[in-house]
Design a protein around this ligand. Structure first.
Ligand SMILES: Nc1ncnc2c1ncn2[C@@H]1O[C@H](COP(=O)(O)OP(=O)(O)OP(=O)(O)O)[C@@H](O)[C@H]1O
Ligand SMILES: [Mg+2]
Length: 361
């Protein structure tokens, strides 16, 4: 299990040594030699810190407290050349994970680091679950309200569309020169109403408890259909869409709902890239599941938004409803799958949907 490790130590030889060992094990390592540097570099990144007790601008125990304030899930391992009962007691009070005496045998250090890493990952997972539960609660509350509201909005909207076509027919009967200035605003109103309809439809879908019709579904053909449907959209926006579904196999799923999942992710990717950008859909086979990646070469999801993009109504688009990802997430979760966002090899965002394989009967 790998971690983001921060080394806070002013003995450069020792630091280089540890860095090499940790990096070889797959950890990401950063090193600093002051308390101030540690707080700056560690903030929002650090998972496990190895801190020397005596630092040029302060004391390791106080730093441990600050690091844990800045990064609530992190763990700190204190290293010291001269142990005393007082400093050990102080370290325990500061909530450090372990207190090791230098020179410390590498296997001991690695074992301690491994335990701390596992603990940090478990804590972070717990926090993520709590956050998801909160989102689910918000979804449920909002759902009931929007279901009622959306139905109410739909009726007047339908009436407006009907009247609009009456108006349009009348305008078309006018002389040609008079038609232009009247038709243009009419088209604008029609487009805006379509947009409203789209939002209302999203709301309704979101509010309705999902009824899945799960059966063994060939994922490859399903993905190919989505791509065939959306390719004109890609062409119109001058986005290069590639799809490799060779690793796709049969999963347990509801084809209609899953089509929506991949449509949402692909449309988001189209929105994220510039003209001439690239979007790539690919599959990865795992023993019990199939992972589908939707990658793009856009700017990616900024760290400050990563937590929020699955929240209902969170959007950075002027014409977005912010319901695409929450709906997608709900559908995938109901399939017993997962939806994760990471960095794509293309440079932008990678959204990965993992779905369980169909079980053989
Ligand atoms: N591929 C991506 N790259 C970068 N940011 C993304 C990507 N996909 C989604 N996002 C971010 O997540 C936000 C929420 O996405 P979501 O699909 O839920 O809503 P939306 O696309 O804004 O609106 P809607 O889907 O309802 O039209 C987006 O506004 C955008 O900021
Ligand atoms: Mg969207």
């Amino acid at each position: 299990m790998s971690a983001h490790i921060l080394l806070v130590e002013d003995n450069t030889d020792y630091v280089e040594n540890l860095k090499e060992i940790f990096e070889e094990l797959g950890h990401e390592v950063r090193s600093v030699h002051t308390c101030a540097g540690a707080r700056e570099v560690g903030k929002g990144w650090l998972q496990v810190a190895l801190v020397d007790l005596k630092l040029p601008d302060g004391d390791g125990t106080a730093l441990a407290r600050q690091l844990k304030d800045d990064n609530p899930d992190c763990e700190v391992i204190l290293l010291t050349g001269h142990a005393s009962v007082e400093s050990a007691a102080e370290a325990v009070r500061a909530g450090v994970w372990a207190y090791l005496i230098k020179p410390c045998a590498v296997p001991d250090l690695l074992a301690t680091l491994d335990k701390a890493t596992r603990h940090v990952h478990a804590q972070q997972e717990k926090r993520e679950l709590a956050r998801r539960a909160q989102v689910a609660e918000k979804l449920a509350a909002v759902g009931t309200l929007t279901a009622g509201l959306s139905h109410e909005i739909r009726n007047p909207l339908n009436a407006a569309v009907l009247q609009l076509s009456v108006l349009e027919r009348r305008v078309r009967k006018l002389e040609h020169t008079q038609q232009g200035p009247l038709l243009e605003p009419l088209t604008l109103v029609r487009d805006e109403i379509r947009r409203l309809e789209h939002i209302v439809q999203d709301f309704l879908q979101f509010a309705r408890p999902l009824q899945l019709a799960v059966k063994p579904t060939a994922l490859g053909p399903l993905l190919q259909k989505v791509v065939a449907f959306i390719i004109t959209d890609a062409d119109r926006r001058q986005v290069g869409l590639e799809a490799d579904t060779s690793q796709a196999s049969t999963i347990a799923g509801d084809a209609d709902q899953l089509r929506q999942v991949f449509m949402n992710l692909l449309l988001n990717a189209f929105d994220a890239v510039k003209e001439g950008g690239r979007v790539r859909l690919s599959c990865e086979a795992h023993p019990d599941a199939i992972a589908v990646h939707v990658d793009d070469d856009g700017p990616g999801v900024p760290a400050e938004h990563a937590d929020r993009i699955f929240e209902p109504f969170f959007t950075t688009k002027s014409k977005g409803s912010g319901l695409g990802l929450p709906i997608t997430h709900a559908i995938v979760s109901q399939h017993g799958g997962t939806l994760k966002v990471t960095k794509a090899p293309l440079g932008g965002a990678r959204f990965t949907v993992t779905l369980p394989r169909a079980t053989e009967r």
